[in-house]
Design a binder for this molecule. Structure first.
Ligand code: GDP
Length: 485
């Protein structure tokens, strides 16, 4: 069948079919133009309209970036405490929250919001993110200057008194969609945490009339920990633009992530050294990510068993001949075919898998090599080098051909979505036992929205958004019931 004319299949060229700008010094960020060499070409349609939108955005960003007169003008407006429609540059400030996976998802979602609302996205760089990512927009910067008048950005939460939810609750904001900008504050904090699912006040962000109001406010500060893109698809105001940008709805992170997120040269060095040393020669790369959440505890023995059951059942890895420890003489050296990249905070699953294929021959004669780059033991998001390792492992994983990732983990979401490959999810354990089936195939390559608003804008009451818009369906790898973190 023929593709729609507004969209084209993406060649695996340096610029990803025009998604990337050619206007960068290649040396300053090697990953930007090199990551494609390590992945298969994307098979997911990219619309020329999205490319156009991004080029326009880049021009706007350059015009409004920190250190420009227009930025200064918007900062002066911020100090007046009320909004105006007289500014050329309006902003959305991204504030980090949670681990690297969560942050990559919210960066992409915030960028989509910026594209939809003609805002410029600036990021608040916490110390733990220094030199993690490259600048994504040519000839400018996306970092919010440290002397920005609003300080303590990371202290924002659900209860902040400048949050939309709080202002609505206390009747401190004019929520009439015809409200003049001068009746609105110059800045607003938008809280899009997983914790707003049952909180109708914050969830009103996803309602059309509230968006009319919010769009008039010059500065938006946004702190999220979940992938809110499906929520943007509920808002009628953005329907048309979204449909033009993404003829295939489920490719948002795949394309925006490939455009926006590039590991710094420091992190890319780690990625390349590891890849070339251990993974490059494999004919097939299997990425396995094992994450054990406190809300779904399970022993390491059981997770290992779960990985084995899944890989055997789904023919991801060959079985072994337990009665034999010798390789059959007919096996030629050419049969080194599969590499497993195992990524986890813990070393035990790796040890077991490695030993299995070390001690016994496979039933197929294939050689299976198993590697694990790090085992950090626990999450230490406040540490820069720990984050480099997490970032490096997400990217190494994204070069895989087959994905087996722990259900509910944004770390895994980023890797398979960048690759554009539907994963197998290791199901979460409900009772410490091995789930049956041990794994299920994911339905989409787009990440899932943990905790979309359970709110019906029309009736103003509870109403499963999954029933309102088809794209916002419940996650198939994650149930909303547990406290997320
Ligand atoms: P999620 O919590 O699984 O959704 O993923 P996040 O990436 O948001 O947060 C988990 C954080 O824990 C990561 O960013 C890392 O800091 C750490 N972490 C978890 N699993 C791994 C792993 O396999 N490798 C490394 N290096 N870090 C991990």
């Amino acid at each position: 069948s023929t593709q729609p004319t507004a969209a084209a299949a993406i060649p695996n060229d340096k610029l990803l079919g025009g998604l990337l700008s050619p206007d960068f010094d290649e040396e300053s960020c090697l990953s930007r133009y090199q990551a494609m060499l390590y992945r298969k070409a994307s098979t997911h349609v990219l619309s020329s309209y999205l490319i156009l939108k991004i080029r326009k955005y880049e021009a706007l960003h350059k015009k409004c970036a920190p250190n420009t007169p227009l930025f200064q003008k918007s900062v002066e407006q911020l100090k007046t405490n009320h909004s105006t429609d007289q500014l050329e540059c309006n902003y959305v400030v991204w504030i980090p929250r949670e681990g690297i996976g969560n942050r990559m998802l919210t960066l992409a979602a915030t960028f989509l919001y910026a594209l939809l609302t003609n805002r410029v996205m600036l990021i608040h760089q916490s110390e733990d993110m220094v030199d993690l990512l490259c600048e994504p927009f040519p000839g400018t910067t996306w970092y919010l200057p440290s002397n920005f008048p609003i300080q303590g950005l990371e202290g924002h939460n659900k209860h902040s008194q400048n949050s939309y939810g709080y202002l609505v609750e206390k009747n401190l904001i004019n929520t009439d969609h015809k409200a003049p900008p001068s009746s609105l504050p110059s800045s607003l904090y938008v809280h899009l945490g997983h914790d707003i699912r049952e909180d109708h006040l914050h969830a009103r962000f996803f309602c059309n009339d509230d968006q009319e109001v919010i769009s008039k406010i010059n500065w938006i500060l946004l702190r999220a920990d979940v992938y809110t893109v499906p929520g943007l698809f509920i808002i009628p105001k953005y329907d048309e633009e979204l449909a033009r940008m993404f003829p295939l709805k489920e490719t948002v992170f795949h394309h925006l992530g490939r455009y926006l997120l590039h590991p710094s040269n420091t992190v890319w060095g780690m990625i390349m050294r590891y890849h070339k040393s251990y993974l490059a020669k494999a004919k097939e790369r299997i990425g396995i990510q094992v994450r054990i959440f406190s809300w779904a505890p399970i022993s390491v023995e059981n997770v290992y068993e779960q990985v084995m059951r899944c890989t055997q059942q789904e023919l991801i890895l060959p079985g072994v001949n337990l009665n034999q420890s010798q390789i059959s003489p007919s096996t030629s050296t050419e049969s080194i075919t599969k590499t497993v990249l195992l990524v986890s905070l813990y070393g035990e699953v790796y040890e077991r898998l490695y030993n299995l294929y070390f001690v016994h021959p496979t039933t197929t004669g294939e050689m299976i090599s198993v590697y694990q780059p790090t085992h950090e033991e626990r999450q230490q998001t406040e540490k820069q080098f720990h984050n480099y390792k997490a970032m490096a492992e997400i990217w190494l994983l994204s070069f895989s051909d087959v994905f087996l990732t722990s259900a509910g983990s944004t770390f895994g979401y980023v890797s398979y979505s960048l690759a554009g490959v539907k994963p197998w999810f290791l199901q979460s354990s409900k009772d410490r036992n091995i789930p049956n089936p041990p794994c299920r195939r994911g339905a989409t390559i787009d990440p899932c929205y943990h905790g979309p608003p359970n709110f019906n804008c029309k009736t103003g009451s509870t109403g499963d958004t999954g029933n309102i818009v088809r794209h916002v369906r419940p996650c198939d790898d994650f149930s909303y019931a547990p406290a997320v973190k």
